[in-house]
Ligand binder design. Sequence first.
Ligand code: ADP
Ligand code: GLC
Length: 484
Amino acid sequence: MTPLGVLSVASEMFPLIKTGGLADVIGALPGALAREGVTVRTLIPGYPQVLDAIGGARAVHTNPDLFGGPGRVLAAQIEGLDLLVLDAPHLYERPVNPYLGPDGKDWPDNAVRFAALARVAADIGLGALEGYRPDVVHAHDWQAGLTPAYLHYHEGARPGTVMTVHNLAFPGKVPRELLARLGLPPRSYAVDGVEFHGTISLLKAGLQFADRITTVSPSYAAEIRTEEAGMGFAGLLRARADVLSGILNGIDTGIWDPAVDKLIAEPFGRTTLAKRAANKAALRAWMGLTQDPAAPLFGVVSRLSWQKGMDMLLACLPVLRVLGAQLALVGAGEADIEAGFRTEAAQAPGRIGCVIGYNEALAHLMQAGADALLVPSRFEPCGLTQLCALRYGAVPVVARVGGLADTVIDANAAALATGVATGVQFAPVSAEMLDVALRRTVALYREPTVWRQLQTNGMAADVSWRGPARQYAALYRGLVEARA
Ligand code: ADP
Ligand code: GLC
């Protein structure tokens, strides 16, 4: 196998900075790809948290005028990750959230902040770092979207480019007046360029100009070519269907391993499922729920947003009472949904518990202690929490969309008869069908042998990065060969 070098470009990376699954993917893929003979270096912005974590790293590249201030690329190794950090205080020295200011709104200069990331990624791709020339530059989501565009407009040899869409709902729209400021040529403002409904879309820049496009599940790759799910990009994605593919996400099975997880109350495995009871008790204690031996416990670990169908779940809470079930939720997001769950929890003490916020330890205990994990998303490019749930014996109850459709096998009569079911799916995605799914789940829960089989089937599923990493490696190799 010829070794291959990939520069990965993204705006977040676990464990340094995370707002969602993107960070998990960026943090886990390099290790999995190393086993496939692919060496990944990852370029991320130097937010304060990132600079703190890498300490005194050495500068390997400087740019005295990077969109209005100096920028340096720092090289660091951390937790086995080969990092390139773009230190540009005028762009990234800001507190807390990578995208939002204290008012909860996008930073007004986000276009420039992430154009800088893409510009430096392109420069590195073209050989700006001494002794380093990646074969492929892999850009993730709108924040890195300009990278393939900058490389496209470069005259002369360039590396291959891959654009991965983790979520089409974030187009990275910026005013058309910024075209020159972003360093794009006038001709790029066109339907077959970066123009998007009268604005510039940084995501479209990547989708238009990358050599290959991937998204994070085969079903989502198909869905986004339809007007219904294409969020304005369907035509472009249909036109580029020959270079578009879906590669499922995995999870880091070292971090998510119920047999050795230090963040749960009692480790367990497929043959020691009875030990989950201690985790269920600990989860209930954390969430202020009564220790009712008969009650099935539903868990949620989620951004609280329209995408995630959390408003539908709010509408379905009455059925949980009818079913004698409990709900434990950890999540943060839209203010009205947060308020909705707070109110419901206050009105149903001991039965509904919610922690509004981001809590890594609670997310692990949730997977270990909940009987079922709810993911009622309206759309879901892949989803990671249902993969964690499978691994932890929390039966996933999911909307039949995107990656959820691809990773959970519905407990219908045929799947139960053949013994392959791993969870519950519902479609179409509506509060009514979620209600039906909740009832169906509790009926399955009341049949201990069937339930046990759902759990053990799920725990046997391969949710690791092994298979996906192999597919990315093949994609990179195919691209390099095609361009040779
Ligand atoms: P998305 O990226 O759309 O939010 P994913 O399922 O792909 O959804 O990834 C979400 C990631 O964030 C998972 O690792 C999940 O465990 C984690 N997560 C989401 N919300 C919380 C929370 N409130 N506390 C802790 N972890 C969370
Ligand atoms: C996005 C998607 C989610 C996916 C994650 C990582 O945040 O919403 O479905 O799992 O990216 O690819």
